[in-house]
Design a protein around this ligand. Structure first.
Ligand code: SF4
Ligand code: SF4
Length: 482
């Protein structure tokens, strides 16, 4: 067949329609757009929504639908609730008028307990679907510029508090041990440690916990490189605000840094980082790049896996009645923590028979009254059971609970303090010591030397200290006049 050529194209060397709006539209429609983090995440969410059969079992299994505000009628109709979630994920902003109110309440009140994941027989991750529904809701609520602003402001607050609260507790040498500050060691490009220990950001506010984790790895003879802090952001703050593109850029940057160790194994401290990376970011980057950059394991599951190596190091008896503050969001961590505590000679583990929900304490902030009542009930139960210590696994639990030691007849401790006591390892818990003062002036006076040494701005340090004091979901008795 003879194809005649357009004379204009022959003369000018270019198609006269090339730059018309119609041509550009057709080009946009037909060109294979390079996949971005956003488009890859959207595609994963759509595929997950498509795989959902809307059986409703995840809604039935969720321990907090009532606390999230679903009425008895709404809870009696789980199929409708999950259908609203699937609509939100599929149609995003357009579904706003269609997705049911119950679905929005459920998504907004999700504490990331993960019971829904266990309930699904179809390999769907309802927790991920709810996250994507929340992002669709954030997109509907705010314009992109506002999403960006909220993400940046939220990140600045985290960075301010992490940086100042860690510096008022640690000297340069200990900051460097946690991969922070001017003296942090330069990376040895030839080193091949067993693991990267990824602190995330917020554990640096309670640095004694992260330092004990490193001490325990040293005792186990495990080699590691420490990475974390605001320069290694998981992107969760931006994503919650709806700024998926910024979140993807930050997370990809951090993934590239964590991949540099060439170990392929990352130990995570923080459960929020664990869920953000393993359920949202890593599978999306894997879809983009075709390979999974590394595997990520929660630190407590790592310790549990090496319990037989740890056991001979647990030499000193720790004669304490201990209750474990539990959050089940990362599967296996509660059971692992119980096994680790039982391995410590002298420990008597007491079951307070309190509900265990959520990923960690600060994930319960979406239901503040529920969180407050849970914490007060647990503190009262611990007192009634005459425990020596209420012991938590995660850093945000410690931050929210530790000031109660001021007025309760038991200690608030971290799991690895107990393990450390048995191993002869100790790190001072300056965070609790300072927070128990309940007085910003007294705290700043106590930390004056380190504030000067690190050249911190006094006014900004005060803001970070005040934020520490304000993080008190269950008020102390003295402020409740009890
Ligand atoms: S996510 Fe799973 S459990 Fe929930 S409705 Fe869909 S298929 Fe059923
Ligand atoms: S993660 Fe937890 S709170 Fe969220 S939907 Fe699943 S079970 Fe409910």
């Amino acid at each position: 067949m003879k194809v005649s050529r357009c004379s204009a194209a022959v003369v000018t060397g270019r198609c006269p329609l090339q730059d018309t709006p119609t041509r550009r539209y057709l080009n946009d429609m037909t060109a294979a757009a390079p996949e971005t983090f956003e488009s890859a995440l959207r595609a994963r969410a759509q595929a997950m929504a498509d795989a959902c059969t809307r059986c409703g079992k995840c809604v039935e299994a969720c321990p907090t639908t009532e606390a999230a505000g679903l009425t008895p009628e709404e809870r009696a109709n789980p199929v409708e609730v999950i259908s609203g979630i699937v609509d939100l994920v599929r149609q995003g902003q357009e579904s706003n008028s269609r997705a049911n109110d119950a679905a929005r309440k459920w998504a907004s009140g999700c504490l990331l307990s993960g019971e829904c994941i266990k309930a699904c027989d179809y390999g769907v991750n309802p927790r991920f679907l709810l996250y994507m529904a929340r992002i669709a809701m954030a997109h509907a609520k705010d314009a992109p510029a506002e999403q960006r602003r909220a993400g940046v402001n939220g990140f600045r607050l985290v960075a301010r508090d992490v940086s100042h609260l860690s510096q008022i507790q640690l000297d340069d040498a200990l900051l460097a041990r946690l991969g922070q500050g001017p003296n942090r060691p330069a990376r040895d490009p030839n080193a091949k440690p067993d693991f990267v220990f990824y602190t995330g950001c917020n554990v640096l506010k309670t640095p004694h916990i992260a330092l004990l984790a490193l001490d325990i790895m040293d005792a186990l003879g495990v080699t590691y490189e420490v990475m974390g802090g605001p320069t290694h952001c998981c992107g969760i703050v931006h994503m919650r605000a709806g700024d998926v593109a910024a979140s993807g850029r930050l997370a990809e940057n951090t993934i590239d840094k964590l991949s540099q160790s060439r170990t392929g194994q990352v130990l995570s401290w923080c459960p929020s980082c664990q869920v953000q990376f393993t359920e949202t970011t890593l599978p999306t980057v894997e879809k983009l790049r075709g390979t999974r950059p590394f595997e990520m394991t929660p630190f407590t599951l790592f310790v549990h896996k090496h319990l037989e190596r740890l056991r001979p190091l647990l030499r000193r008896p720790v004669p304490m009645r201990i209750a474990l503050h539990r959050h089940p969001g990362v599967r296996g961590v509660v059971e692992a923590a119980q096994d680790i505590l039982r391995a410590v000679p002298g420990v008597e583990l007491v079951d307070l028979r309190q509900p265990a929900v959520g990923l960690q304490s600060n994930n319960l902030r979406v239901l503040p009254e529920f969180r407050k009542q849970l914490q007060l009930a647990e503190l009262d139960a611990a007192q009634a059971a005459a425990v020596d210590a209420l012991v938590a696994v995660y850093h945000s639990d410690h931050r929210e609970l530790c000031a109660h030691e001021r007025e309760r007849p038991f200690r608030i401790m971290n799991l690895y303090e107990i393990v450390g006591m048995s191993m002869g390892l100790h790190r001072d818990d300056h965070y609790k010591r300072l927070k128990i003062m309940q007085d910003a002036d007294a705290i700043l006076a106590d930390c004056r030397d380190l504030v000067q040494k690190h050249g911190l701005d006094a006014a900004t340090t005060r803001l970070a200290v005040q934020a520490m004091l304000d993080e008190q979901p269950a008020p102390l008795r003295e402020s409740r006049n009890v």
